[in-house]
Design a protein around this ligand. Structure first.
Ligand SMILES: Cc1cc2nc3c(=O)[nH]c(=O)nc-3n(C[C@H](O)[C@H](O)[C@H](O)COP(=O)(O)OP(=O)(O)OC[C@H]3O[C@@H](n4cnc5c(N)ncnc54)[C@H](O)[C@@H]3O)c2cc1C
Length: 399
């Protein structure tokens, strides 16, 4: 069998290589950085681990099977993380008042009864939410939550891409968020060792170009895939270049224990509440072994706050301190603080992306796409995509 070249050693490229190699297909994996993981990485510091982007992964049957094969135990979230908050003049478990809640209930019942619940094509999250739940639910509930996760603006995010079809959980499948005990890098390192044991040729520090030959899986961001596919299909390159990327910053800070008076998993902040961040995660409450004191990660940026990328460290840290004062009424000096800037972090899941995906990217038969703009940004969706691509290649080669 001829070798398949996988470009990109982030989670997409690693899992696609894994499913190809376990199907008996020879694989060469190219990564332009000197490290694997792409957006995923964990820095071990004196105060505890610092995640560079993703800090957990939603459990699924496919993840469980992968980690069983990797012999990688995963830890589940701590009890302390059960409470999740949305901000409305303060952190709230439920941000709507009694009248607003009644309105949401009535609208929801009516839209379910009349079959109008499902998002329509080209409907934004704000449009769908106003139609099905009402304006305050968009502002304080759905819009705030999705903006915090996707970084996009509710009046641009595609409702059907985000609430679209999901695989039904399999019987006995564990739900909830999980992570490797030593942080997300353990998943990457374990995958790398597994790939080597399966005979995958991993080449780090090697940037692929558009002269690639043979069967290729492009597991990079959409703009990078656009450049790489240019000579194989100008049309596909043009479409990939249209996919907009959003900037995000993750600032992780360590404080003495007891510095968090709120507790829980974290808080998502709607815009116009006087808080600059999209959200904050209380890392030490979420998974065990995330530091001796209290660790928080503040997520900033996204579609409506691109300028934050221009701030230097001092200005960025002052911003976090200001948000903390607003949240807690005070802010202690951090014991240590680590900024991670991602100028092109995630694809913007807008109705424009929905339209582009609906029309199809039309890759040539020997070229496959496996990035986080195809099925979803979350790691479980990248696992699904890697599995699909490996299955398609296997089927094509058998026929
Ligand atoms: C702040 C933040 C928090 C997040 N939190 C979560 C979370 O908690 N849970 C979750 O499920 N998801 C989370 N995500 C999303 C998730 O981390 C990403 O969707 C995922 O890691 C993307 O992986 P990828 O392999 O598709 O892309 P990337 O990680 O971007 O990897 C692409 C790789 O391709 C390489 N590359 C590019 N061009 C070339 C070339 N020419 N030659 C060779 N190599 C090339 C790059 O160097 C890179 O390593 C988060 C994202 C961010 C930004």
């Amino acid at each position: 069998m001829k070798e398949v070249t996988v470009v990109g050693g982030g989670f997409s490229g690693l899992v696609t290589s894994y499913y190809l190699a376990t199907s008996g297909i020879p694989v060469r994996l190219l990564e332009k950085q000197n490290r694997l993981g792409g957006l995923i990485g964990t820095e071990m510091t004196a105060n505890g681990p610092v995640e560079l982007a993703a800090s957990g992964i939603r459990s699924s049957a496919r993840l469980e099977a992968l980690c069983a094969d990797l012999d990688l135990p995963l830890v589940v979230t701590k009890k302390e993380s059960r409470a999740r908050y949305l901000y409305r003049n303060g952190p709230r478990r439920w941000p709507l008042g009694p009248m607003e809640t009644l309105e949401v209930g009535a609208r929801l019942t009516a839209s379910l009864a009349t079959g109008r619940f499902r998002p329509r094509s080209d409907e934004t999250v704000a449009g769908w939410g106003s139609r099905v739940l009402g304006a305050s639910a968009v502002r304080y509930l759905v819009g705030a939550a999705l903006q915090g996760i996707y970084g996009g603006a509710p009046n641009e995010l595609s409702a059907s891409l985000i609430f679209g079809k999901r695989a039904k959980p399999e019987k006995g499948e564990k739900k909830g968020l999980v992570a490797p005990e030593l942080g997300m890098i353990q998943l990457i390192d374990t995958l790398e060792r597994k790939l080597l044991s399966l005979g995958v040729r991993i080449e780090k520090g090697v940037a692929a170009d558009s002269d690639l030959e043979g069967t290729v899986v492009l597991s990079t961001s959409a703009p990078d895939a656009g450049g790489l596919i240019r000579k194989r299909s100008a049309a596909a390159a043009g479409k990939l270049a249209q996919i907009e990327m959003l900037p995000l910053i993750r600032v992780t800070a360590f404080y003495p224990a007891g510095e968090n008076s709120i507790g829980g998993f974290g808080i998502l902040f709607p815009r116009e509440q006087g808080i600059k961040a999209l959200g904050v995660l209380f890392n030490t409450n979420i998974f065990p072994n995330r530091g001796a004191g209290h660790s928080e990660s503040w997520i900033l940026g996204g579609a409506s706050d691109r300028d934050v990328m221009e701030l230097d460290d001092a200005a960025l840290f002052e911003l976090v301190a200001r948000d903390r004062r607003k949240l807690y009424g005070r802010s202690a000096e951090p014991l240590a603080i680590y900024p991670q800037r991602w100028p092109a972090a995630l694809p913007n899941y807008t109705v424009r992306l929905e339209d582009l995906l609906r029309r199809g990217i039309d890759t040539p038969p020997d070229t496959y796409l496996a990035g986080n703009y195809i099925k979803g940004i979350g790691l479980p969706m990248l696992l699904e995509r890697g599995w699909d691509v490996a299955r398609e290649i296997r089927a094509r080669w058998r026929s």
